[in-house]
Design a protein around this ligand. Structure first.
Ligand code: SF4
Length: 389
């Protein structure tokens, strides 16, 4: 039996879509995502289920479908079988109206890409590659069970730059066993690469991951917060010198290559996700698809919505989201707009906390806008909690 549609607003204009491809050739020790290693035998069936989910959307959605971005994320979408990927992009073309400036990204992992795929992806309309580099230290990657090498990365960049102008890389700061010299040499090399965008994430240790257990046992030694923040500051400067604008605390782009898809998330615009565990937001409510692969197949067989979880955000959660997402971006958050619907007591409490956090150097208030400072990054959650209403 189908679950209800959870009051999803079928009238909402869908401009940003996400497709989840959950298969990976290995499972990294730090991975918190809905990603499965060793289940490649389900790829074809999964693709069919995804197409059913798109069909369901096609029949039920009543709002505009002119899309500005498509992001195929994972998992490791570079393992999407060629024929299925062409089928998927063809289906997306028939269900949605593509904006002339459509940003169509796919996440790819070095070591999983054949040169002929690059041409095929371009033919399918993909115009941006997001490459999971993370580190160029082979020993470090091996310990994290990330089975790719620096040579794979360099080869992929070399090949991809023939076909794609818009190349982005992901890197992680704070990985164990990376020396300062190692890190800086890596960044010095990266600024010479033919890339337009960098996302620099802080290593997060999520519960129920092998990394979490390793850290708790004392087998894995993480660098200190101070060390991480130092490397972060240095890297920000290095990317700036190399012509990358920092448009969000973790994101750097050459002018005109900021990711429209990321910006939509930060600006809390509605988006629609397809695939196992994918999330959607209709401007009011947040939905999540079934996270279990076999249950996701069943749901699709019964021609149901894939949503299994809905969250209606309270006034205080919306407020926190606005602060959390906004203060990380280069635009910051407009404080007057934030205060508009607060009571007098709430405004007073907010201003008190603002002064304390500013004094501690965690945030910056400038021309009526609030920004998170890099020093506040390692205590971001506490900063947000302090500012909650
Ligand atoms: S490649 Fe990405 S999604 Fe796959 S296991 Fe590693 S971190 Fe997770």
């Amino acid at each position: 039996m189908c679950l209800t549609n959870f009051q999803y607003n079928a009238q909402v204009a869908v401009e940003y879509i996400y497709i989840h491809w959950p298969f990976c050739p290995y499972k990294c020790t730090y991975c918190p995502f809905v990603a499965f290693a060793g289940l490649d035998k389900y790829m074809e069936q999964y693709h069919q289920a995804l197409m059913q989910e798109l069909d369901w959307f096609d029949r039920n959605h009543q709002g505009s479908r002119k899309i500005k971005t498509i992001f195929v994320g994972g998992g490791t979408p570079s393992t999407y079988p060629d024929r299925c990927l062409l089928d998927m992009s063809g289906r997306l073309k028939s269900v949605f109206e593509w904006d002339e400036q459509l940003e169509f990204s796919i996440e790819v992992n070095p070591g999983t890409v054949r040169p002929e795929q690059l041409k095929l992806w371009k033919g399918a309309g993909i115009n941006r590659l997001s490459i999971g580099v993370q580190s160029l230290n082979d020993q470090v990657l091996k310990k994290l069970n990330r089975l790719q090498s620096a040579a794979d990365v360099r080869r992929l960049l070399d090949q991809a730059s023939y076909h794609f102008d818009n190349l982005s890389i992901d890197i992680i700061v704070g990985l164990p066993d990376v020396s300062q010299a190692d890190w800086r040499a890596m960044i010095d090399e990266m600024v010479t690469w033919p890339i337009k965008h960098v996302s620099m994430y802080f290593l997060m240790v999520h519960e129920n991951t092998p990394l979490y257990r390793g850290v708790n046992r004392g087998d894995v030694l993480l660098p200190t917060d101070d060390w991480v923040v130092d490397q972060y500051y240095w890297t920000v400067e290095r990317f700036k010198q190399a012509g990358f604008n920092q448009y969000e605390l973790s994101n750097f782009a050459q002018p005109g290559f900021e990711s429209h898809h990321n910006q939509a998330y930060w600006e809390r615009k509605p988006y629609r996700g397809f695939g196992v565990g994918a999330c959607s937001f209709d401007g009011e409510l947040r939905f999540q698809n079934e996270k279990n692969l076999l249950k996701y197949f069943k749901t699709m067989e019964h021609d149901c919505t894939a949503f299994t979880f809905v969250e209606s955000l309270t006034r205080s959660q919306v407020w926190l989201e606005q602060i959390m997402l906004g203060m990380r971006s280069a635009k910051g958050v407009n404080i007057n707009e934030l205060l508009q619907n607060l009571t007098e007591i709430e405004v007073r409490e907010f201003n008190t906390q603002l002064a304390v956090l500013q004094e501690a150097g965690f945030i910056l208030v400038q021309q009526g806008r609030l920004y998170l400072k890099p020093k506040g990054l390692s205590v971001e959650n506490e900063v947000v909690v302090r500012l909650s209403i």
